[in-house]
Design a protein around this ligand. Structure first.
Ligand SMILES: Cc1cc2nc3c(=O)[nH]c(=O)nc-3n(C[C@H](O)[C@H](O)[C@H](O)COP(=O)(O)OP(=O)(O)OC[C@H]3O[C@@H](n4cnc5c(N)ncnc54)[C@H](O)[C@@H]3O)c2cc1C
Ligand SMILES: *[C@@H]1O[C@H](CO)[C@@H](O)[C@H](O)[C@H]1NC(C)=O
Ligand SMILES: *[C@@H]1O[C@H](CO)[C@@H](O)[C@H](O)[C@H]1NC(C)=O
Ligand SMILES: *[C@@H]1O[C@H](CO)[C@@H](O)[C@H](O)[C@H]1NC(C)=O
Length: 532
């Protein structure tokens, strides 16, 4: 049985993987190539090889009640959406609170992870680390890979004709840090994802001209959503996820599109996605429409070709005197320290059971934490993944047989393609995924029991945000503060913005409550379905 475990990386995923390993009694060592915890959130003013790299103005796009570890709420005095430096402070608090630092070996990179010759029997790994240029090899019973997936830039230069003639400067957004350098320049940003939109808006304030080119468009969501609440508090609920699952596809597509179009008509801003019903991750940006309407950002279609100093778009229009092109074309992932075939299938795609376990290993002693993408925050997702992974490694949870895992994966890949389109990362429905993994470890919120024993909490769990605390209400890893945290989540959200004493308004919520009560029959139906 496994007793030693190596954790690679000390970002969001590595920290929680370390905590969970220690909790189940594994002898854990975490290797971190930089000199600080936090991973991507540890901003540096230059990009480092093999590490995620962000721009100075990155803010979280999940709010604090949805982006915390489930047993460690974000301090009350932090804002709802946090600057990267603020969120990094939270990660440091977490590491300190659970006394993780003494298990982390900083400035130590893992350079190779290989099966031992007797792997089929022992499930052990040879892990080679490098510190100060010196290499060391150690045997571990298990390995958790927590190295992130915003590291290796996807820069498909060959698909941009004429790029070799282009005389201006170009780069991947990984190398974009501050706006100052671009004052007075003509900048072209390629790609409408979170980074592309952020950078275009930021540069629009000081550059001479900013053009944002997008091939397939995207839905744009604001952090500030209905009634000024964070979007995810309103949208990421069990109730919404339940409706999505029971309604016919056409109805749920219609609901999705109307919600996305509620704030502004995406066609009028040139942003509308080519395929409106795909559940591709929306872009979170509160300022893009303002920038477009103020003329500081211009949206253009795909690039047809680059010329020496200009760029021609698919609609025949041209941008002249381009000084800088920033490719915000995303990332691809890689695990350079190990044999690709461990995590990839025969189509060269990363293929992991429930996004965590390579299905073909003789022994389940290696897992990837933090790779799955959903609309939910990474901390709660990595938390539930790590709790499950260490139990499988300890042998207290079992994986299904190899064939079952592989056929399930093939089936799922088909379904996901249908729902999310072609996507590099493993996208999934947050609530469904969290429920599935938490049911493996026996900590899935039991709604039928809650309905009987604690109806107030049941109501909030079903209609309220599917906040991380829900997965620490009972079962292994139960956290005593979970109930209180759930019942107070709206108050904390409001307290984070309401800094000035305001007169109490007239009660307007009684009508809403009444409407919600009408949904109780639906809730009962949900429970009924959940039981089967
Ligand atoms: C601009 C941007 C905004 C984002 N905003 C959000 C958000 O609001 N909410 C959210 O949930 N997610 C967000 N994400 C997703 C982001 O990936 C996660 O928040 C999170 O950082 C992932 O954590 P991680 O621990 O898995 O990986 P990382 O944070 O990338 O950490 C990986 C760590 O592993 C270390 N490492 C790598 N290789 C080795 C090696 N060989 N040996 C030793 N150490 C190694 C690295 O040094 C690093 O410290 C955002 C991503 C980007 C790019
Ligand atoms: C958005 O605008 C387009 C074109 O003007 C129109 O066809 C479409 O119906 C509008 N969409 C909504 C949701 O109003
Ligand atoms: C949009 O995606 C869905 C799901 O994959 C697909 O059925 C549909 O044909 C696509 N529509 C367009 C216009 O590409
Ligand atoms: C949920 O609670 C009910 C009632 O207490 C119980 O019968 C049921 O087995 C529980 N379900 C799970 C999955 O634990």
């Amino acid at each position: 049985m496994a007793s030693t475990i190596a954790i690679i990386g000390s970002g969001i995923s590595g920290l929680v993987a370390l905590k969970c390993s220690l909790e189940v009694g594994l002898q854990a060592t975490c290797f971190e190539k930089s000199d600080c915890v936090g991973g991507l959130w540890n901003f540096m003013d230059h990009a480092e090889n093999g590490r995620a790299s962000i721009y100075r103005s990155v803010f979280t796009n999940a709010c604090k009640e949805m982006m915390c570890y489930p047993d460690f709420p974000i301090p009350d005095e932090y804002p709802n959406f946090m600057h990267n430096a603020v969120f990094l402070e939270y990660l440091k608090l977490y590491a300190k609170h659970f006394d993780l630092l003494r298990h982390i070996k900083f400035r130590t990179a893992v350079v190779s992870v290989q099966k031992r010759p007797d792997f089929a029997k022992t499930g052990q790994w040879d892990v080679v680390t490098e510190q100060d240029g010196k290499q060391k090899s150690v045997i571990f019973d298990a390995v958790l890979i927590c190295t992130g997936h915003h590291v290796y830039p996807n820069l498909p230069l060959q698909s941009f004709s004429g790029i070799e003639k282009f005389k201006g400067q170009y780069m991947h957004n990984r190398d974009y840090k501050f706006p100052e350098k671009y004052t007075g320049k003509n900048v072209l940003v390629v790609g409408l994802g979170n980074s592309g939109a952020d950078i275009a808006v930021e540069l629009g304030r000081t550059a001479k001209k900013v053009v944002l080119s997008t091939r397939s468009g995207s839905w744009i969501m604001s952090r500030v959503w209905d009634n000024g609440y964070p979007w995810d508090m309103v949208y990421l609920t069990r109730y919404q996820s339940f409706l999505n699952r029971i309604l016919p596809r056409a109805v749920s597509d219609w609901r999705y599109e109307s919600m996305m179009e509620k704030r502004f008509n995406h066609s009028h801003y040139g942003l509308v996605p080519v395929n409106k019903s795909l559940r591709k991750e929306p872009v979170f940006n509160d300022d893009l429409t303002a920038s477009i309407t103020c003329g500081t950002v211009t949206v253009k279609p795909n690039i047809r070709e680059f010329r020496e100093t200009s760029v021609v778009f698919d609609d025949g229009s041209m941008m002249k005197n381009v000084d800088v092109v920033i490719f915000a074309t995303g990332y691809s992932y890689a695990y350079p320290f190990m044999d690709d075939s461990i995590v990839k299938n025969n189509k060269n795609k990363v293929s992991l059971y429930k996004g965590v376990f390579p299905p073909k290993l003789e022994k389940p002693t290696l897992a990837v934490i933090g790779l799955v993408q959903s609309l939910g925050g990474i901390p709660p997702t990595s938390d539930v993944q790590a709790r499950w992974a260490v139990r499988v490694i300890k042998g207290t949870c079992k994986l299904p047989p190899k064939e079952t895992m592989i056929s399930e994966l093939e089936e799922e890949e088909g379904e996901k393609k249908n729902w999310f389109g072609r996507s590099e990362t493993l996208s999934t429905d947050y609530v469904v995924y969290m429920d599935e993994l938490s049911s493996f470890i026996g900590c899935k919120p039991n709604l039928s029991r809650l309905c009987l024993t604690d109806p107030k909490l049941a109501f909030e769990v079903f209609f309220g945000p599917c906040s991380p605390y829900q997965f620490r209400l009972h079962g292994p890893g139960k956290w005593d503060g979970a109930r209180k945290a759930i019942l107070n989540q709206w108050k904390r959200t409001i307290d984070a913005t309401q800094m000035r004493v305001v007169q109490a308004h007239q009660e307007t919520s009684s009508l809403i409550t009444l409407v919600k009560i009408l949904f109780v029959p639906l809730l009962l139906l949900a429970l009924f379905l959940a039981v089967f």
